[in-house]
Design a protein around this ligand. Sequence first.
Ligand SMILES: [Mg+2]
Length: 175
Amino acid sequence: MGLISRFFWPDIRFKNIYEITPQLLSDCGIRAVISDIDNTLVTYDDPSPTPEVRRWLKSMEDAGIKFAFVSNNSRERVETFCEGMDCCFFADCGKPSPKHILEALRQMGEDKANAALLGDQLFTDVLAGKLAGIRTILVDPIKDVMTPPFRFKRALEKPILAAYERHISKNRKKG
Ligand SMILES: [Mg+2]
């Protein structure tokens, strides 16, 4: 599992974004979050942040945690989602390319050591974060669109996540 764990295991995993609190991020020394949009923050059907997502983003902002958005989706989608937000955002990112993550860090003026990538997919989000050299936070997808390519990707993720969970629970037992 050497290469797999190095490139595809997230540093932290949560059920959803609401388990991630500003306190928790500060405790980990994370001051900047570079986030995926689709299925991480909202479903593909939500053009804008839901009130719940807005409240969550506001709590981060109030705590001084900066946000940027990197999406593989279209410019129209990303611009609509980010409308009225004071942050940098990038569409058509081609994740797992780390290019736009690094650009976001540069624009935010943050070091890699204080940043984390937040996303729902191993082969795009987590890998992109790893290639950028920052920490990665994985959440479960909100609602998968079960097209055949998606099913295939999720099927490939399954054994990797199962091994990750075994590793985590072994370490927990060790204390
Ligand atoms: Mg996603």
